[in-house]
Design a protein around this ligand. Sequence first.
Ligand SMILES: Cc1ncc(COP(=O)(O)O)c(C=O)c1O
Length: 379
Amino acid sequence: MLFVMKRKGRSGLITQIEPWIDDKELIELQRVIDSTFVVEHKLTQEFEDMTKELTGAKHAVALTNGTMALFASLVALGIKSDDEVIIPNITFVATANAVILAGAIPVLCEVKSDTITIDVDKAKKLITAKTKAIIPVHLYGQSADMDQVMSLAKEFDLKVLEDAAQGVGVSFNNKHTGTFGDIGILSYYGNKTITCGEGGIVLTNDDELAKKVYRLKNHGRDVKGTFIHEYIGFNFSFTEMQAAIGISQMKKLPAIIERKKEIHDLYERELGGIKGFHIAFLDKRSTPVFWFTSFISEDVDELIGYLKKYEIQSRRFFYPLHLQPCYADKKYIKNIDDDFSISEEIYNKGISLPSSYLMSTSEQNIVINKIKDFYEDRN
Ligand SMILES: Cc1ncc(COP(=O)(O)O)c(C=O)c1O
């Protein structure tokens, strides 16, 4: 029997983000229960095929989560101890920590003040004999400049691993993020555009890399059911329950993308004219998916506090990596003392507004009116 789940919500609270989960997911989960197959099997393959169709990648390998997808990609690329990997200074910490887990050294690179993605001209200056790869991160629903990244990689013979954890549905020059470089990853974590609860996918057009990633997540084997292990591998496998949720979410993706664009456009229309408050820049070559709608504000702290009083959740941008306490001893990370004034300014001014598919227009209008009130008192 299927239960039709109603959105519970917390009365009055307007959430910054929440997944759209209902009886549609239950229908797919029922297929797992009926099959009694809970470890990855046919539904996982179906979900991988859907991801291939969405992205155009030749291979899509599902793993436990996006962090492990990054780690497995680095190992598959042959990144090893003491190799240097250039990453942007504004990203979620998983980008850096996956490099550390692979035994290599993340080298922090400043981001561009407009798109908040890696500044490739600055990345060029960080290249040494030890540099083996670059990880562009497609942040907050828009793409890094993949024209620049790919030409730098070509010039210096670098591997390209695209962190498209936030890039589901996002393209650059009409090509899906995660499919430009040697390898790329998507995340299906609970707050992402679509979710499996936890989940990650490795995308690649390279047969050998796809095989290597599969072995790494499957105890070093090319297939299940054998106990002779040709390679050293681990267990980063997906489950059929994750796949079931993912299949349902993938069917919802077009509606989610459309709704998120409506949310973005309404915020822009209503709030774009406020002095000291403007929407984050969009690169025209990028077809974004507005995972979050984000603004640049002169008064982030006060605004977040003001909205909170009215039970409206918002969030700041990612804390720049060079300031993270976990890297303060400078043991695991390089270039931490560079000039990161752009990152700091972006962090100090960035705010992501409520952006859930489930937010109603009347809820969004409450957010808009409160922001207008806030600025009316100030401007
Ligand atoms: C840019 C970025 N990279 C990597 C990750 C890690 O993905 P996951 O949470 O699926 O491990 C995330 C997400 O949470 C992310 O935002």
